[in-house]
Ligand binder design. Structure first.
Ligand SMILES: [Zn+2]
Length: 403
């Protein structure tokens, strides 16, 4: 089967990984390199043409279009992602999510609640990027392991969406040496940020100050921001998201996705998992009714996995097919020269991205701060269904007795 083929390919291509396993346990453990791919279609042999005009080489840290704020969220999906999606919907804001398919909540494709959350992100028009499979530190792993981290993540995402991302954010913002070339070789934009809220540190006064301080020091006529926060943290979902939306609007910035603030057509955000070509722009088909019931009954306290996916998919279909890229690009030409915009891709703007591994504590902090309320196992839903069947039988029985 395909997973075996991929695993074999990895073992053949990287004899060091296999041979050194027992002698260098600590190193293997530190790299958290997965040995087997998740269930799904093998994407490792696809052609990956460069899509659109957003650069694949340099580390992207800011938008090319001034006046934009792209809210980005890393490390999910997890227990609070649904709440973040609710807030974004309520405020009519599109954001960007860099996903790990096997991070704080384990393999997301095994849990219907997270499959539904990822589908919802996609159908509601948010921009989904990759953040590696297990949140590995890309400066500590080999080229072969980086390939595994990226390809396994796309197999999992494609298992849910049928497409996988073209934007990649390196965990911990660590991507030195040959790392950038490895990412680009797999057809990904290296997608960083120029505004770090540092929400993972847990000091939300400071996080708010970080956000508003950057906006206040800029000018929407010239500046734009790609901000970083984490949807796996309760306080981010409860207070920071709304604060960021309100402040961005107060300072006259338009909230948008990373792809939109770079003027990239939505179809270039993803590749077809069968062909490697650009996404065809079509939303996912609406969920089957029994799936919807399941996700409702499984909803953990902080994850209101609203089941509005079917209605919202219609609106996002309209949104994606209305050629959003061309509208965005025209804004850019009126506001900034093209030379200025290409410069801003490389420019690291201000001291926010000072090379500090801002993301670094997040994986250590997350287990303690992240919700431990993983949804009940999927065995739960048949019980529900069974219970309603028993109720019906009982009602019939009572009915018969009455007659
Ligand atoms: Zn991260």
């Amino acid at each position: 089967m395909l997973p075996t083929t991929l695993l074999e390919a990895i073992l053949i291509a990287s004899p060091l990984v296999a041979a050194h396993g027992s002698h260098h346990e600590h190193r293997d453990h530190a790299s958290i390199s997965p040995r087997a791919p998740p269930p799904g279609k093998d994407t490792s042999k696809l052609n990956r043409p460069k899509l659109g005009s957003v650069p694949y080489g340099p580390n992207i840290q800011s938008c090319t279009i001034p006046g934009k704020v792209a809210l980005t969220f890393d490390d999910g999906p997890a227990g609070y992602t649904g709440a973040v999606l609710d807030l974004l919907a309520k405020n009519n804001v599109k954001a960007t999510f860099f996903l790990n398919a096997n991070n704080v909540e384990g393999l997301i494709t095994n849990k219907q609640v997270y499959r539904d959350v990822v589908k919802r992100m996609f159908n509601e028009g948010h921009h989904i990027g990759s953040h590696s499979y297990t949140h590995a530190d890309f400066d500590l792993i080999s080229t072969q392991q980086r390939r595994e981290e990226i390809i396994y993540n796309e197999i999992a995402i494609a298992d849910i969406l049928g497409v996988f991302p073209t934007y990649f954010r390196p965990p911990y913002t660590h991507c030195n040496g040959g790392c950038q070339a490895d990412i680009v070789a797999l057809g990904y934009h290296v997608s960083n940020y120029n505004l770090d809220t540092k929400d993972w540190e847990g000091d939300y006064n400071k996080a708010r100050q970080n956000f508003v301080g950057a906006l206040a020091s800029g000018n929407p006529g010239f500046n734009s921001f790609i901000s970083l926060a984490h949807d796996i943290h309760e306080e981010t979902a409860k207070t920071l998201v709304q604060f960021m939306i309100d402040q961005a609007r107060k300072y006259k910035y338009e909230l948008t996705t990373m792809g939109d603030c770079l003027g990239d057509a939505h179809t270039n955000w993803y590749r077809n998992a069968d062909t490697g070509a650009a996404w065809n722009g079509r939303p996912l088909p609406a969920d089957e009714p029994e799936e919807t019931t399941t996700s409702t009954s499984l909803t953990p306290t902080p994850t209101p996995t609203s089941t509005s996916t079917s209605t919202s998919s219609t609106s996002s279909a309209a949104q994606t097919s209305s050629a959003p890229a061309s509208t965005v690009t025209s804004t850019s030409s009126s506001a900034a020269t093209s030379t200025g915009s290409s410069a801003s891709v490389k420019q690291s703007t201000t001291s926010h991205a000072n090379g500090k591994p801002t993301d670094s504590v997040s994986s250590q902090t997350s287990p303690s701060t992240t919700p431990t309320d993983a949804p009940p196992s999927s065995g739960f839903s048949p019980v529900r269904d069974g219970a309603s069947g028993v109720g019906l039988a009982l009602a019939l029985f009572v009915g018969l007795l009455m007659f």
